[in-house]
Write a protein that binds this ligand. Structure first.
Ligand SMILES: C[S@@+](CC[C@H](N)C(=O)[O-])C[C@H]1O[C@@H](n2cnc3c(N)ncnc32)[C@H](O)[C@@H]1O
Length: 280
């Protein structure tokens, strides 16, 4: 887990989860740990690039409080900044959130740490095209895509990011998928149509058993992202909530072997996955 360091802006808002009672310990222990370890392990590769950009369209306020803890910890964008700060600091941190107070808090915390940050307020579907336009030509980028649920993991966002030289670290909500995939056939809902366009016409999904449907949807989605010129890492750790139930997979896409190898090294562990939806 990343070190607990002081909040550079202790009066600003903190992420405390949907019930405001704190986020699960899995956020720092799994989600942020992996982001930190991946960036740290790849720091010398980043150093070769003059322009290094971190893109976080669902950034939150940059600080979290875990349930039953009386102190706070870094949020994802701050974890990412600190991971490269010593060796190859990001030359631009592009952070965005639908909630303007969260985007502003994340910006203020990064600024206080000396990061060159630009904040974008609004839904990711609006901010990502603006973020991509702000990236200098030839920059190496890492996009951390961390929405609460699948509905906001719009495929258009990934398509827009694909114009860049970018690796994608995506938190894919398997809980939302497993609970709701059958319901989303309903024409009044269809929350997943933007996530995986065309999924309702895929035989492998429509003809799958209830138990296999989430896995078939996930395979189809991975195939769509591969169609943008990426390869996914077979190491896609399963993140579990405090009750041990699977909630996310952390999925990594890259266009080259080196980042995939580094990701595989840090992501390999007890939750290692060989089959795409094994154990969900
Ligand atoms: C899981 S939290 C982000 C946590 C943060 N990435 C971290 O690691 O500390 C998701 C964030 O997305 C924001 N959000 C929700 N819907 C959004 C949308 N459509 N576009 C951009 N941000 C959105 C929420 O306000 C919330 O701050």
């Amino acid at each position: 887990m990343s070190q607990i360091l002081p909040d550079p802006c202790p009066t600003l808002p903190v992420e405390t989860g949907p019930n405001e009672d704190g986020v699960g310990i899995w956020v720092p222990e799994q989600k942020h740990r992996l982001l930190h370890e991946y960036l740290t392990a790849s720091r010398y590769a980043w150093r070769k690039w003059p322009n290094r950009v971190f893109i976080d369209p669902f950034c939150g306020p940059g600080r979290i409080r875990v349930r039953e803890e009386d102190f706070t910890r870094d949020g994802g964008a701050i974890v990412a900044w600190r991971a490269l700060a010593e060796v190859a600091p990001f030359t631009a941190m592009l952070v965005g959130d639908k909630d303007p107070t969260r985007a502003a808090a994340c910006e203020a915390r990064l600024t206080a740490l000396g990061a060159p940050v630009k904040a974008f307020q609004g839904p990711a579907s609006d901010t990502v095209p603006r973020m991509v336009a702000a990236v200098p030509a030839g920059a190496l980028c890492c996009a951390y895509v961390d929405p609460y649920n699948l509905e906001y993991l719009s495929f258009d966002i990934l398509k827009t990011l694909a114009a860049l030289k970018v690796d994608l670290a995506i938190n894919f909500s398997t809980m939302d998928l497993t609970r709701n995939v059958e319901l989303e056939f309903d024409s009044d809902r269809r929350r997943f149509d933007g996530t995986a366009p065309g999924w309702q016409a895929v035989d492998a999904i429509t003809k799958a058993s209830k138990a296999n449907m989430p896995g078939e949807f996930f395979k189809y989605w991975c195939g769509l992202v591969e169609g943008l010129g990426f390869e996914y890492s077979r190491e896609m750790p399963l993140v579990r909530n405090d009750q041990g139930r699977p909630i996310y997979r952390m999925v990594f896409f890259a266009r080259h072997d080196l980042p995939k190898r580094i990701w595989a090294d840090v992501a390999r562990g007890p939750n290692r996955t060989l089959d795409l939806f094994e154990g969900d």
